[in-house]
Design a protein around this ligand. Structure first.
Ligand SMILES: Cc1cc2nc3c(=O)[nH]c(=O)nc-3n(C[C@H](O)[C@H](O)[C@H](O)COP(=O)(O)OP(=O)(O)OC[C@H]3O[C@@H](n4cnc5c(N)ncnc54)[C@H](O)[C@@H]3O)c2cc1C
Length: 396
C-alpha cells in the first residue's frame, strides 16, 4: 500500500515566499493515466504526483477489464505492444468470451480474451515503482498552476490526469458527454468465470449496457450504465441495478446467492477527445474523454496515453521537442478506434430507446459483425444502417 506523503519541503526548491515550489512536472491525479505517466518519466526529473485518495486506486471505480495483448493488436496501431503485457500479479481472472444478451434473451457470443485486473494494486505499484514523489490524500486546485492548499507548484509541465470530473478541464471550459455508472462488487456469483456478460435493454441500462464481470473465486463486478435521456421517468440507476441483480431473468439467476461487498458510483466519458495540449498542459485519460466509447473502455487508452505523454515530456525537457507531438502520437495510435467506437455509440443512441425495435435491429447483426464491433471496427452494414435509420424506424 502506498501511504507515502513526502515531505516536499525537504525535497524540492522552495522560493522565498515559502509558498511556491519549483518542479519539472506535476502529474495532477494518479489513476491509471497518471500512474503510467509517472512510470514513463525518468527519475532524474523533478516530478510530483498528487492525488486526493489516501490509498491510490481505491475505491475501484471500474469493471477492471482490459483486452489481452493479442487483442490489443486489433485495437491500436503500435510498433510495440509490451505495455499491455499485464503481469499475473495484477490479474484476478482471464476471460475468453464476451456474451451479449438482448432484451429477448438472444445471446451473441464473441471470442475475445480479457484480463480482469486488480486495478487498485496496479496503480499503486506502478506509481510507487516510478520512484517519483507522491502527495496523497490532498486535493489540488488549478488556477493556471497547480495548488495544494496555499502551496503553488511552478512546474514546466502539468499533466491533467484528474479523471472524468477534471477540475483542470472545467477551468479551461472543456466539456464532454458522460454516462452515469453504478457497480457492486459481489461475492457468490454462480455463472461461467470465462465469460464477460454484457446486457442491453431499456429498463436495466437505458442508453448504455449492464455487465457481470467475473473476478474469479465467485467474486464479480456487477454494474450498469445509465443515461437519463433514454430512461423512463420512474426509473433511476439504483432501481435499474437492483432490478438487474434481483429480478431480471437473464442475470438474476446467477446472482441469487450473491452478497454485496462494495458499492461505487461514477461517471464514464462517452465522447470523442478534443484538443489535448494547451501550452504546458497535457490532458490524459478520462480528463480528455480518451475512451472507446461504445464499450466505455478507458483503461488501455489511459495506459497508452500516459506512456506516450511521459516519453514526449522527456524529449521536450531534454531536446525541446514540441509538446504537440503528444497529440500527434496518441491520435496516430488510437484515434481511429475511438472514432469507430464513437460512430457505433452515436448509432446506438438512435435505436436504444425502444427494446422492441432494438431486437429487430439486432436481427441484422450476427456474430461476425459483433466480432468486428468489439474490436473497434464498423461493419459495412452499420455504415449503411446509419443512413437508413429514419426509414428502418418507420418499418420496425
Ligand atoms: C463503473 C465503471 C466501470 C468501468 N469499467 C471499465 C472497464 O472494465 N475497462 C475499461 O477499460 N474501462 C472501464 N471504465 C473506464 C475507466 O475506469 C476509466 O476510463 C479509467 O480508469 C480512466 O483513468 P484516469 O486515470 O484517466 O482517471 P481516474 O482513474 O479517474 O483517475 C483520476 C485520479 O485523479 C484524482 N483526482 C481527481 N481530481 C483531483 C483533485 N482535485 N485533487 C487530487 N486528486 C484528484 C482521483 O482521485 C483519481 O485517482 C469504467 C468506468 C466506470 C465508472
Amino acid at each position: 500500500m502506498v501511504n507515502v506523503i513526502d515531505v516536499m519541503h525537504n525535497l524540492m526548491t522552495i522560493n522565498n515566499d515559502n509558498t511556491s515550489i519549483n518542479v519539472d512536472v506535476v502529474v495532477a491525479g494518479v489513476g491509471i493515466a497518471g500512474a503510467f505517466t509517472l512510470n514513463a518519466l525518468p527519475k532524474k526529473f523533478d516530478v510530483i504526483g498528487i492525488d486526493k485518495k489516501k490509498e491510490l486506486g481505491y475505491p475501484v471505480e471500474c469493471g477492471e477489464i482490459v483486452p489481452t495483448k493479442k487483442e490489443m493488436k486489433h485495437l491500436f496501431s503500435l510498433n510495440d505492444y509490451s505495455i499491455f503485457e499485464i503481469p499475473r500479479k495484477f490479474e484476478s481472472n482471464k476471460t475468453k468470451v464476451i456474451k451479449f444478451i438482448l432484451p429477448n434473451g438472444r445471446e451473441i457470443d464473441v471470442e475475445f480474451e480479457m484480463h480482469v485486473i486488480k486495478r487498485d494494486e496496479m496503480i499503486k505499484e506502478i506509481a510507487k515503482k516510478s520512484g517519483h514523489k507522491l502527495i496523497l490524500g490532498k486535493r489540488f486546485d488549478f488556477n493556471g498552476a497547480i495548488f495544494v492548499n496555499s502551496e503553488r507548484f511552478n512546474s514546466k509541465i502539468i499533466v491533467a490526469s484528474d479523471g472524468a470530473n477534471s477540475r483542470i478541464a472545467k477551468k479551461l471550459k472543456i466539456r464532454y458527454e458522460f454516462s452515469a455508472a453504478k457497480q457492486y462488487l459481489m461475492r457468490g456469483f454462480e455463472g461461467d468465470e470465462d465469460v464477460i456478460y454484457m446486457y442491453v435493454g431499456k429498463v436495466i441500462s437505458p442508453g448504455a449496457y449492464a455487465w457481470i464481470i467475473p473476478k474469479g473465486d465467485g467474486y464479480a463486478n456487477v454494474g450498469t450504465g445509465f443515461r437519463f435521456k433514454f430512461a423512463e421517468k420512474e426509473n433511476n440507476i439504483h432501481k435499474a441495478l437492483n432490478y438487474f441483480i434481483n429480478e431480471y431473468k437473464y442475470s438474476s439467476y446467477m446472482l441469487k446467492k450473491a452478497e454485496i461487498v462494495e458499492k461505487i458510483g461514477a461517471i464514464v466519458p462517452i465522447d470523442l477527445p478534443k484538443r489535448t495540449v494547451y501550452d504546458n498542459i497535457l490532458f490524459i485519460g478520462d480528463s480528455a474523454s480518451m475512451v472507446i466509447s461504445h464499450v466505455g473502455a478507458g483503461i488501455p487508452t489511459s495506459m497508452l496515453a500516459g506512456d506516450i505523454a511521459g516519453d514526449v515530456i522527456t524529449k521536450h525537457l531534454e531536446e525541446k521537442i514540441d509538446l504537440s507531438e503528444y497529440e500527434r502520437r496518441w491520435r496516430e495510435a488510437m484515434f481511429e478506434t475511438m472514432k469507430n467506437g464513437y460512430f457505433i455509440r452515436k448509432l446506438w443512441d438512435k435505436i436504444a430507446s425502444n427494446d422492441d425495435k432494438l431486437i429487430k435491429y439486432f436481427k441484422l447483426i450476427d456474430e461476425k459483425d459483433m466480432k468486428l464491433i468489439i474490436r473497434g471496427k464498423v461493419p459495412i452494414k452499420l455504415k449503411l444502417a446509419n443512413f437508413l435509420i429514419p426509414i428502418l424506424n418507420m418499418i420496425f
